[in-house]
Design a protein around this ligand. Structure first.
Ligand code: KG4
Ligand code: ZN
Length: 357
């Protein structure tokens, strides 16, 4: 089953074609660099740029395969959560394409997309009924799994039976981890999006240079909190002489200390989550922050030590927002609940939660 998927929930305009939830036939994305001067995403600008660019991105996606919309079996679109007007561009475009063709349209919850992103380019995750010759069987113990979603808007833990059957078991009580990366970058005047910039600086710094708080570690909880860490860095920057704030060493040390803090928080919470759900013998790490090499390496090491399987996205481009993951999530959801497909208008719902547990 080939699905043409749209993603416009924030500042990336994505269109992709994915077969059976795992095979990425085309994945085109336009990232809006225009926000960097503002130090964060400006919703009105984001929506306008989606409206200007979605047709070009769609055309490029179809051109890569020399195909038309007639060649796909269904459409999918991110319905929420996200920025209202950005979501509206995607849902309106996909809804009218669905009505005109007419093809089924599968609404996808954005976080369900991130959760399904580990299946991309892993044929072993295909539904057994369509798995064919040469494909590896799914490793025993791959499900149930613990999924850590770390993105710009969300930091959440899920216990997943499979990609269409997920239960939230922990979440941030304030800022998301990606948002904290972005704010640290802003305080240090590094630019936006902050994650990759902070991470590049961290490689050159000393992770023990500054003593940052590790909130909620003592409490027996799977929730996260990053606002205290952010405030601590704000104080460090404010109390440092302006001339020294620009120094390479200061910037690198703050970034390394912050990254080390996120590593410690994630590992401690993963440890606790595995204790609480001992039947989970796999950890999935997804979302924009999972593009962080250090975090990937540390979580992988932790999983090896604890004898659990580790999965993250096959490519960095599947960690940050993209339409391929929406095509994957749509496939897995449709396999389980064919009634979710529609040939009618899909509404944007900025507060959409994961409804099927
Ligand atoms: O998943 P995503 O593309 O969008 C949301 O759903 O929010 O995540 C974007 C977030 C941004 O906060 C960005 O700074 C962060 O992911 N990010 C990273 C890295 N690459 C992107 N954070 C840490 N290290 C990275 N290499
Ligand atoms: Zn996202």
């Amino acid at each position: 089953m080939k699905i043409l998927a749209f993603e416009t929930s924030c500042d990336d305009t994505g269109v992709a074609i994915v077969e059976n939830g795992t095979r990425v036939l085309a994945n085109v994305k336009h990232s809006q660099v225009e926000h960097s001067v503002w130090g964060g995403v400006v919703p009105e600008i984001a929506a306008r740029l989606h409206a200007e660019r979605w047709r070009t991105v769609l055309k490029e996606c179809l051109a890569q395969l020399s195909c038309t919309i007639d060649d796909v079996d269904a459409l999918a679109v991110t319905a929420g959560p996200g920025l209202q007007t950005s979501l509206l561009v995607g849902t309106t475009a996909a809804s009218f394409l669905s009505l005109l063709t007419p093809k089924k349209l599968i609404p996808v919850q954005h976080i369900a997309g991130h959760i399904a992103s580990v299946a991309l380019e892993r044929p072993e995750f295909q539904n057994p009924s369509v798995r064919h010759g040469g494909h590896l069987p799914l490793q025993r113990g791959a499900f149930p799994a613990l999924t850590l979603v770390a993105s710009g808007g969300h930091t959440e833990f899920y216990r997943i039976e499979d990609f269409a059957h997920v239960q939230k078991v922990g979440q941030t009580i304030d800022d998301a981890s990606g948002e904290a990366f972005d704010k640290v970058a802003k305080m240090l005047k590094l630019g936006y999006p902050g994650g990759p910039l902070v991470s590049a600086q961290a490689e050159k710094g000393d992770g023990t240079a500054f003593d940052l708080p590790r909130p909620l570690l003592a409490k027996d909880s799977l929730d996260f909190s990053f606002s205290g860490v952010k405030a601590a860095i704000y104080r460090i920057v404010a109390e440092t002489a302006p001339s020294q704030r620009q120094s390479e060493k200061f910037i690198a040390d703050v970034c390394a200390s912050f990254e080390q803090c996120v590593v410690d928080i994630f590992l401690k919470k993963l440890d606790r989550a595995l204790d609480r759900f001992p039947e989970c013998r796999a950890v999935h790490f997804v979302g924009g922050v999972s593009a962080n090499k250090r975090l990937r390496a540390e979580i992988e090491k932790f999983c090896e030590k604890n004898n659990v399987q580790f999965y993250t996205t096959k490519k960095f481009e599947y960690s940050t927002d993209n339409a391929a993951m929406i095509g994957a999530a749509a496939y897995f959801a449709y396999q389980k609940h064919p009634d979710i497909a529609q040939v009618q208008f899909v509404d944007a719902n900025p507060g959409l939660g994961i409804v099927r547990e």
